[in-house]
Design a protein around this ligand. Structure first.
Ligand code: ASP
Length: 257
């Protein structure tokens, strides 16, 4: 409709943050203390600017807070209480932490707690977009990994790990075992391989997810769109809930291979 890629990724991610079916915002997974600690980030491929929040507990829309860090602060990432104080200054909606609870997530937490092992059926949310002005943007929002240690921060709010966008190459949003995505700078690596090796977005994304990460035991996947509108959505897990829409084509939603 002529809008910007940035508005599109924020709108898509906010919709999923509000929906309890995903691991972000309402319905996010619980950490080992039984609390929701949320992470989100956003990057603008046109300006190269980025924003992120990590470990926040009372901001209704972490991705909107990430956008404000980008637009209205001099920083890239704010965490915990400082991020929440900034959100308050910005007039963002703050909620009681109980807002994020859902019975389903709580039951999952209890189950995991009982077995003391990780289990996650709900996914982190992300969106990438190319707009009609040729600008790319990416956004990611998550509750992190179920039963994560209090204070643990994953890849989702880390620019270059879970989120990256550059008009020169592509926009990327990742999901999976965050520690592997941080160690491998996954989102940035997709762009770097395209620029330095001349790979297509598909070649770069496939290599990183299905060869590099897989060989290390790093489970996950990503969604990416390049500056020409080519998309790639590789994953090395049994499934990854994903969808896309292109001008003049029917929207598609996919779950497994
Ligand atoms: N990547 C997220 C994290 O490690 C979790 C996920 O995508 O499921 O926090």
């Amino acid at each position: 409709g002529g809008g910007t890629a940035m508005d599109a990724v924020i709108a898509a991610v906010q919709f999923m943050e509000e929906c309890p079916l995903f691991n972000s915002g309402k319905g996010a997974v619980f950490n080992a203390e039984g609390k929701n600690e949320l992470d989100a980030s956003v990057m603008d491929g046109f300006t190269g600017k980025a924003g992120a929040v990590a470990g926040v507990t009372i901001i209704r829309s972490p991705v909107e807070a990430a956008r404000r860090v980008m637009d209205s602060s001099q920083h890239v990432m704010l965490s915990g209480k400082g991020a929440e104080a900034f959100a308050r200054e910005q007039g963002l909606e703050l909620v009681d932490p109980s807002y994020f609870h859902t019975d389903e997530s709580w039951q999952e937490y209890l189950k995991v707690k009982e077995r003391l092992e990780q289990e996650g059926r709900k996914g982190t949310v992300g969106a990438v977009a190319l707009d009609s002005h040729g600008n790319l943007a990416a956004a990611t929002s998550t509750g992190g990994m179920t039963f994560k240690k209090y204070g643990r921060i994953g890849d989702s709010p880390v620019i270059g790990a879970g989120t990256y966008a550059s008009n020169e190459s592509c926009a990327v949003s990742c999901t999976g075992h965050g520690e592997y995505f941080i160690r491998n700078s996954v989102a940035y690596d997709v762009s770097a391989r395209m620029l330095y090796l001349g790979e297509t977005v598909e070649q770069a994304a496939e290599y990183i997810i299905n060869e590099k990460l897989k060989s290390q035991g790093g489970a996950g996947g990503l969604i990416a769109v390049d500056k020409n509108g080519n998309i790639s959505m590789p994953f090395n897990t049994p499934g990854m809930f994903r969808g896309f829409v292109k001008q003049g084509a029917e929207p598609r939603v996919l779950m497994f291979r």
